[in-house]
Ligand binder design. Structure first.
Ligand SMILES: [Fe+2]
Ligand SMILES: [Fe+2]
Length: 167
């Protein structure tokens, strides 16, 4: 519900600014959303909290320094919840890893979910990102954030004595 709340919060700001989501037509690509991927198990949920929320933290950390204060304030409000989600993911994955079957389940979910996550940082050499950085809305290039994410995700996964799949 908190994640859903994040979507609502950020969309409300867009609406106030007069920005409406693009209609979903075959010409418009569907926005990438973690809700668009099937979630079948508790283990899958914990792994999403472990790895997708790590990505969310990087995104929100970037926005906390945003030059547009309404967006910066939303990011500040959201950050404690993202930290809680990521810690929740770590704690419950660690619990699951205490049995061999649980460990295999967590590794299997990592293998399934991890490959979809780097795309959430957006295209490399993105023109939108260049404009956002010029305006001070974003601080880092998409590819820099993605690079950082890959390093941190590896650390988290290897910390559980598991492996990050090769992309
Ligand atoms: Fe979120
Ligand atoms: Fe989250």
């Amino acid at each position: 519900m908190e994640e859903y709340g994040h979507h609502v919060r950020f969309k409300e700001l867009g609406t106030k600014l007069g920005i409406e989501p693009k209609a979903m037509t075959p010409e418009n690509k569907t926005p990438l959303s973690i809700f668009g991927f099937p979630l079948r198990s508790w283990t899958g949920f914990c792994v999403i909290k472990l790895l997708a929320d790590l990505g969310e933290i990087l995104q929100v950390e970037d926005l906390i320094q945003c030059s547009f204060h309404p967006l910066r304030n939303l990011a500040r409000m959201t950050m404690p919840e993202e930290r809680f989600h990521a810690q929740f993911g770590k704690d419950f994955c660690m619990d699951l890893c205490s049995t061999e079957t649980g460990r295999q389940g967590v590794q299997d979910a990592i293998d399934r979910y991890f490959p979809i996550l780097p795309a959430f940082f957006g295209k490399s050499k993105s023109q939108n990102n260049e404009i956002f950085r010029k305006w001070g809305i974003k601080q880092r290039k998409n590819e820099e954030m993605r690079e950082d994410y890959l390093v941190q995700a590896r650390k988290v996964v290897e910390g559980l004595d598991l492996q990050l799949p090769t992309l």
